[in-house]
Design a protein around this ligand. Structure first.
Ligand code: GRG
Length: 280
């Protein structure tokens, strides 16, 4: 079964939640909200929020209770893409087959739309009850998105020497991409109120999955690990990471099928042939 069909219920609920939390397009000042909505609703697999809902369910919670952190993480992901595409960073004209946010709305508006998305994410994260749950989510997600996570990884990537070492690529991959994916999984566990031991399995699952996600991206782009390793080595690394992720999650012993399927969908996305620029 295809990803979209398998996760149809989750994907529909995530779209509904995102529609609910984003200001309506007509809300003053309308251009800002149009740009924010453009960044969120022009495609995207919703991998991270699906992971949050599936993790909550696997941890014994009601997945509907995890819709707020799921939406918040997707808002943060959308902001990171808007800012990453800016001329000062990657300078990309297209994202998901459409003009990037700054190409459509101008640079200043794209910066502000990204800021709006990030702040909206933390606003909605303050809402879950009891307040201790909101605080745990805020701590996990702000750490993953900030200096100790995505931003740190992005800066390490920008400032690394061209002769990247393995520890540096590990740092970049686990921080730029891995931490937010780990936080997506952990947030589901937090909402379910899972034990410390079980949260440990969910955390490890998220870490393995996050690194596999970035390595698949490297195989698609011929970048990152592919700068120092052969594609077949990296394909084997992805298979190992997926298998380690599944080993962790099976120890939860509850409804783990969706998390296992999510790991398998990632494996299916791995290119079977070498990236042209990196063929060796
Ligand atoms: C500029 C604040 C800031 C952060 C930059 C995450 C990031 C850090 C930059 C995005 C660029 C990038 C390609 C990162 C690698 C992670 C990755 C593969 C992102 C794409 O995620 P998908 O595949 O995208 O989930 P969709 O379109 O499905 O939402």
């Amino acid at each position: 079964m295809k990803y979209e069909a398998y996760f149809k219920t989750f994907l529909t609920a995530i779209e509904k939640q995102l529609q609910k939390v984003l200001p309506p397009q007509q809300q003053f000042p309308p251009v800002l909200h149009e740009a924010m909505r453009y960044a969120v609703f022009t495609g995207g697999k919703r991998f991270r929020p699906v992971l949050t809902l599936a993790s909550c369910e696997a941890a014994g919670g009601k997945w509907e209770d995890a819709l707020i952190p799921a939406a918040a993480i997707e808002l943060i992901h959308a902001y990171s893409l808007v800012h990453d595409d800016l001329p000062a960073l990657d300078n990309d004209d297209f994202r998901r087959g459409q003009p990037t946010c700054h190409k459509r709305f101008g640079e200043a508006m794209a910066i502000l739309a990204g800021d709006g998305l990030l702040n909206l994410a933390f606003h909605i994260l303050s809402l879950p009850k009891p307040a201790t749950r909101a605080i745990a989510l805020l701590e996990e997600i702000s750490t993953a998105a900030g200096t100790y996570g995505m931003i740190g990884g992005q800066v390490a990537d920008m400032t690394a020497s061209p002769n990247l070492s393995l520890p540096m690529i590990d740092y970049i991959s686990t921080h730029k991409t891995g931490k937010l994916i780990k936080a997506s999984s952990v947030s589901g566990g937090i909402v379910a109120g899972v034990s410390k031991k079980k949260l440990g399995y969910i955390t490890k699952y998220g870490e393995f999955l996050g690194l596999a996600f970035q390595t698949v991206d490297d195989l698609q782009d011929g970048d990152g690990y592919l700068r120092i390793a052969k594609p077949e080595e990296m394909r084997q690394k992805v298979r190992d990471l997926i298998s380690q992720a599944k080993d962790q999650i099976r120890q939860l012993g509850l409804k783990t099928k969706k998390l296992e399927a999510l790991a398998d969908f990632l494996l299916e996305r791995m290119p079977k042939t070498n990236h042209v620029a990196m063929d060796r």
